[in-house]
Design a binder for this molecule. Sequence first.
Ligand code: BGP
Length: 469
Amino acid sequence: MKTQFPEHFLWGGATAANQIEGSHISDNKGLSTSDIQPFGSFGALHPRQEGDFNIKDVAIDFYHRFKEDIALFAEMGFTCLRISIAWSRIFPHGDDAQPNEAGLAFYDQVFAEMKKHHITPLVTLSHYELPLHLAEHYQGWSDRRLIGFFEKYAETVFQRYGHFVKHWLTFNEINITLHHPFTGSGLPDDCSEQTRYQAIHHQLVASAKAVKLCHEIIPDGQIGNMLLGAMMYPLTCHPDDMMKTLQQNREWLMFGDVQARGYYPSYMTRKLKELGVTLEITEEDKEALKATIDFISFSYYMTGCASADPSQQDKANGNMLQMVANPHLDASEWGWQIDPTGLRYLLNFLYDRYQMPLFIVENGLGAVDTVTASGEIEDDYRIQYLNDHLVQVGEAIEDGVDLMGYTSWGPIDLVSASTAQMSKRYGFIYVDRDDEGNGSLKRTRKKSFYWYKEVIASRGASLKKPGRF
Ligand code: BGP
């Protein structure tokens, strides 16, 4: 079916501070957990040693080039840009009494530039980083005091930017602490289940408190959560695989359930008991959790399978997690299985479950790009991937899903979160920088740049039937 996306639909791209900004200690910025992950989230157990190179120290130098980059996004017709604020620019240690004015001023300029180009900001409060001091001196989110520090940070940025920024997200892929505790919560990756779930609880409370603050400070604002949409299919229709699938999906859906409904789902009682976890949940926490989000946002890259059969060892790599491979799907160069139909499935699934507006805030293909002798980048594989996913988004809209917008991941090449590579490129805009940090940082429009521009201008009417490129 040919769909024209709704007029109010937000089109754009998504980024994260630590993957684009660079200038990791400029203007009083404090170190963040990301700054000591030179090998990315997958290498969190090998923290930075003296003299180690971290490509994120410069990243793509958005800190100095944001005007040029935002102008390029505007040229593509973006109506929305997702960025994150680096918490450690605003509160360098996380527990500081006063915010860092230079950090606040940087985002003033970024938002002013977006305003100039009529681009709606979508801002993540915490995208895979927290001030390193909080990880080192408080054991990250396992310490209840982080709720208060986060509230103060959220209040500061809501007050400062709320006149212009109306769309907010609390924690990027809040379910990540299940798989990468350091990346998600500043905890050692081998922490106990007790510590992990207590940290998760603190984040859920902090998220709800930010929701309440946002509603108070920005009455016309909207604030959502952000899930890693890790949809699992049963590997077979064996009842045991069905049950395993239900349980695995509940692992990540639990976060949405708490954030959308305001309390823990009943299935968590048994789950926590089986894990031997006793959560400390105060009456104040229960009250705080009642502040529920306005919309559900999520990242979507792939689906995976669940199997109750321990001999099923054919694993697929995922963005941050591993799952059983689906024999019906192809995979990207990094082993992420490509499933456009799964996006329609997930949109319907989430809308059925929550009956709340949805927002796709990440989707894209990480691929190696080659620059031709004449300086062009013919990224037809990326166009194919995005086209086929957007066709399914159109189908979901026809199915009746209330979808606010779509921001593809990495509209400009940036540093990979899992592997800290530059060579894993997602962008419509090529950035001249390699994995060792060589390159001029020059920006070049790829073939997909012109393709996405046309998709946006035609509100999806230019999309082709899957497999037509
Ligand atoms: C998501 C993260 C992003 C982003 C993306 C792609 O999990 O929210 O920060 O990086 O995945 O992953 P990668 O960069 O590892 O290719």
